[in-house]
Write a protein that binds this ligand. Structure first.
Ligand code: PGA
Length: 249
């Protein structure tokens, strides 16, 4: 059985007191324990949130990490630092990082390597902009993103990764991919995993959907055979919405 995952990407939101309030709301809720919940706050709060959640089943991630190991890289956060505070997951290649911070697939592949060297789990994000979908180039684009950013890994390494498909046109727009559009792409991605790593490994890798996923559409999205959960932005900022999504399998 693949892991069911619901991860909340808070992006650049919440002051410290708001962040603590949000975590408290989540920790105090009851949710389906077969689902792995991951909180991905701004990294400045990650250590404290890791401590608050450490006696439960909730894991903590951060939104970005450096492709370099350590040293004179002002403002960067290394994989070993992230590991040292007890975080377990790191988003890699979110479309906002690709778009506003010029992250390339080559950079992302180096970030993935640093994370695996430090026993962290990359949540590797891929997704197409609307123009690519309209040109019907979306499958090629996702294939390239995975080939160049992730598929240099060997079979053991890929088993320690999570993939998130996030169509850029659905992120923060209120427009969700339809359930069949999500399944179609997730099936395609799993097919790429089969070709590269074989069926047994492909069946074990969780593929999350992201892009305007909310309590009202999560159930339908998660009912697809290749959708193993969600990477949630806006709706992860409200504890009741986040928990409702986690209870949507
Ligand atoms: P959204 O963001 O749920 O607000 O669309 C998802 C994401 O960017 O991870």
């Amino acid at each position: 059985m693949r892991k069911k995952i619901v991860a909340g990407n808070w992006k650049m939101n919440k002051t410290h007191s708001e962040a603590i309030e949000l975590v408290s709301g989540i920790v105090d809720s009851s949710y389906d324990k077969s689902v792995q919940l991951i909180l991905v706050p701004p990294s400045i709060y990650a250590a404290e949130i890791e401590e608050i959640t450490s006696d439960g089943d909730i894991s903590v991630g951060v939104q970005n990490s450096s492709q370099f190991e350590s040293g004179a890289y002002t403002g960067e956060l290394s994989a070993s630092m992230i590991k040292s505070i007890g975080a377990q997951y790191v988003l890699v290649g979110h479309s906002e990082r690709r778009e506003y911070f010029n992250e390339t697939n080559e950079m992302l592949s180096k970030k993935v390597n640093q994370l695996l060297l430090n026993d962290l789990i990359p949540i590797f994000c891929c997704g197409e902009v609307l123009e690519e979908r309209e040109k019907e180039n979306h499958f090629n684009l996702i294939k390239d993103q995975l080939n160049e950013g992730l598929f240099h890994l060997d079979s053991t390494q890929i088993l320690n990764c999570v993939i998130a498909y996030e169509p850029v046109w659905a992120i923060g727009t209120g427009v969700t991919a339809s359930s069949s559009q999500a399944q179609e792409m997730h099936q395609f991605i799993r097919g790429l995993l089969v070709v590269k790593y074989g069926n047994e490994i492909a069946e074990k890798i969780s593929i999350l959907y992201g892009g305007s996923c909310k309590p009202s559409n999560a159930k339908e999205l998660f009912s697809n055979p290749d959708v193993d959960g969600g990477l949630i932005g806006g709706a992860s900022l409200v504890s009741t919405d986040f928990i409702a999504i986690a209870n949507s399998f």
